[in-house]
Design a protein around this ligand. Structure first.
Ligand SMILES: Cc1ncc(COP(=O)(O)O)c(C=O)c1O
Length: 404
C-alpha cells in the first residue's frame, strides 16, 4: 500500500526516547505515598530572572508585527558581545549581521543545519552525517530528514565520552557532510579540549565537512568553563581574522543558561556562509522569534550575574549527589551540563525499579544511543537530570540509593 507519509519520518524516527520510556514503565504502578520526581527531562526548574519576565510582560507593541528573520540588531549585537566576553575573542571579529542568527532554541539550529548543509551527494554517493553516540535526538532528526545516512560515532568511557575522531575511516570522512558534537555533552557531561576541537576542525576542513557544535550547556560547568568552537577556530586562524570560522558553527541557548526553556531562544554563530543559508531557510520556512522574546534575550545575554547563580544551583545538586552516590554506579561529577550518567548494570531494569519502588522517573541510557555492530554502549546506564532544587535533589538521590 502506498503510504501518505514521508518514510524517513515513519521508518527511521519512530522511537523518540520519551515515548519509549512511557512504554517501558506503563505497566508499573508507582508508590502513591511518594510524590513523583521527574529526573528524565532536562528542563531547568530554576526561575527565569525577574528583569526578563518584566520585559516579556511589557513589550506588547510587537505582538502585531512580523519580527525580522535575521534578529533585531540589538539582539545580534548582545550575542556578539557575549561571545567576545565568554570566549575572549577580539572586538570586531564577529559581525552581528554576518556571523550570528537567532534561532528558536538551539533545537531549531541543530536540526536545521542538516537541511542547510547536506548536499545531494558527497564523494559521488549519499552523504553521511556523523552523530555522537549517545546523542540529542534532533541531530538524528536533521540527518535523516535531510536524506543523509547517519553515522554513529561512539562516545563511551573508553573514549573519554567523546567520539574518537581518529578512528573514523577515511571513506566515511569523504562522504561526511556534517559532524555533530555536543560539548559539554548531553548526556555524559564530557567537555572537548582545545586540542580536541582543533584536531576536529582540521579534519572537518580537510574533508569540507561542517562542524556543528552544540554548546547549549556551555554556561553550566563545575570547574573551568568549557572551551568553545569559535575560540578554538580563532586560536588556529591563519587568515588574520578574515575567515577564521570556515566550516564551523556553534549553537547556544538561553534555556539552560537563564532557566528559559519556554521562551525558545538561542542562536547559531560562525561561518558566514552557513549563517546566510540558515537565514535563507528561515525566510522560506522558519519561525521568527517574537519581539518580546528577542528583547528579553538581548537583556539576558548581557547580564552575567544570573548564570553564576545558575551554576551555583547545579553545583549544590552535584555535591548532594556525590555525597550520597559517590562510590556507586561509577559516579563522577561531570565537567559540564546537569546530568548524571550512572552505570547501573541494566538501564531499563533500573528505570522500572526506580519508577515502581521510588516514584522516580529517569531515562535508560540505551534510549538516547543507537546500536553499532550489535552493541548499545549505553545500555548499562541511566541518565538523571539534576534540574530540581537542592531539597528535591537530596530526596531523589536518597530514594535512588535506597532502591538500587
Ligand atoms: C544537547 C542538547 N541540545 C539542544 C537542546 C535543545 O534545547 P533548546 O532548544 O531549549 O535550546 C537540548 C535540550 O535539552 C539538548 O540537551
Amino acid at each position: 500500500m502506498v503510504s501518505m507519509f514521508n518514510p524517513r519520518l515513519t521508518d527511521a524516527l519512530s522511537d523518540y526516547p520519551f515515548a519509549r520510556l512511557n512504554g517501558l514503565i506503563a505497566d508499573v504502578t508507582p508508590p502513591a505515598h511518594l510524590p513523583l520526581i521527574n529526573l528524565s527531562v532536562g528542563e531547568p526548574q530554576g526561575a527565569l530572572p525577574a528583569f526578563a519576565r518584566k520585559i516579556l510582560a511589557d513589550e506588547v507593541e510587537g505582538w502585531s508585527k512580523y519580527p525580522p528573520n535575521q534578529g533585531i540588531a540589538d539582539l545580534n549585537l548582545a550575542i556578539v558581545e557575549w561571545l567576545e566576553r565568554r570566549y575572549r575573542l577580539p572586538q570586531g571579529l564577529l559581525d552581528p549581521a554576518r556571523h550570528v542568527i537567532p534561532t528558536a532554541g538551539s533545537k531549531e539550529g541543530v536540526y536545521v543545519i542538516a537541511t542547510v548543509a547536506t548536499p545531494q551527494e558527497k564523494g559521488g554517493v549519499k552523504p553521511v552525517v556523523s552523530i555522537p553516540n549517545p546523542f540529542y535526538q534532533a541531530y538524528l532528526g536533521g540527518a535523516v530528514l535531510s536524506g543523509a545516512e547517519p553515522y554513529f560515532a561512539n562516545a563511551h568511557a573508553a573514549t573519554g565520552f567523546l567520539p574518537d575522531v581518529e578512528q573514523i575511516d577515511e571513506a566515511i570522512w569523504k562522504r561526511m557532510a556534517i559532524f555533530y558534537l555536543c560539548s559539554p555533552a548531553n548526556p555524559q557531561g564530557a567537555m572537548a579540549s582545545l586540542a580536541y576541537l582543533q584536531r576536529l576542525i582540521r579534519l572537518c576542513r580537510r574533508h569540507d565537512t561542517v562542524l556543528a557544535l552544540d554548546e547549549c550547556y556551555a554556561e553550566i560547568y563545575t570547574g573551568q568553563p568549557p572551551t568553545g568552537g569559535l575560540e578554538a577556530a580563532f586560536a588556529m586562524d591563519e587568515t588574520g581574522g578574515k575567515d577564521p570560522f570556515r566550516n564551523v558553527v556553534v549553537f547556544h541557548s538561553l534555556s539552560k543558561r537563564s532557566n528559559a526553556a519556554g521562551i525558545r531562544s538561542g542562536f547559531m554563530a560562525g561561518d558566514p556562509r552557513l549563517v546566510a543559508m540558515m537565514l535563507r531557510w528561515k525566510t522560506y520556512g522558519g519561525t521568527q522569534i517574537p519581539f518580546a522574546v528577542q528583547k528579553a534575550s538581548a537583556a539576558l545575554w548581557r547580564e552575567e550575574t544570573h548564570p553564576v547563580e545558575t551554576r551555583a544551583w547545579y553545583a549544590k545538586n552535584f555535591r548532594v549527589a556525590e555525597q550520597i552516590l559517590h562510590n556507586r554506579f561509577g559516579y563522577f561529577t561531570p565537567g559540564g551540563g546537569f546530568f548524571l550518567w550512572l552505570d547501573v548494570g541494566d538501564g531499563e531494569a533500573a528505570t522500572r525499579r526506580l519508577w515502581g519502588e521510588a516514584h522516580l522517573k529517569v531515562l535508560p541510557g540505551a534510549y538516547v544511543c543507537r546500536e553499532t555492530d550489535g552493541v548499545n554502549t549505553a545500555e548499562r546506564y541511566i541518565r538523571v537530570a539534576l534540574v530540581h532544587d537542592e531539597k528535591t535533589t537530596r530526596e531523589a538521590m536518597t530514594r535512588l540509593a535506597t532502591v538500587l
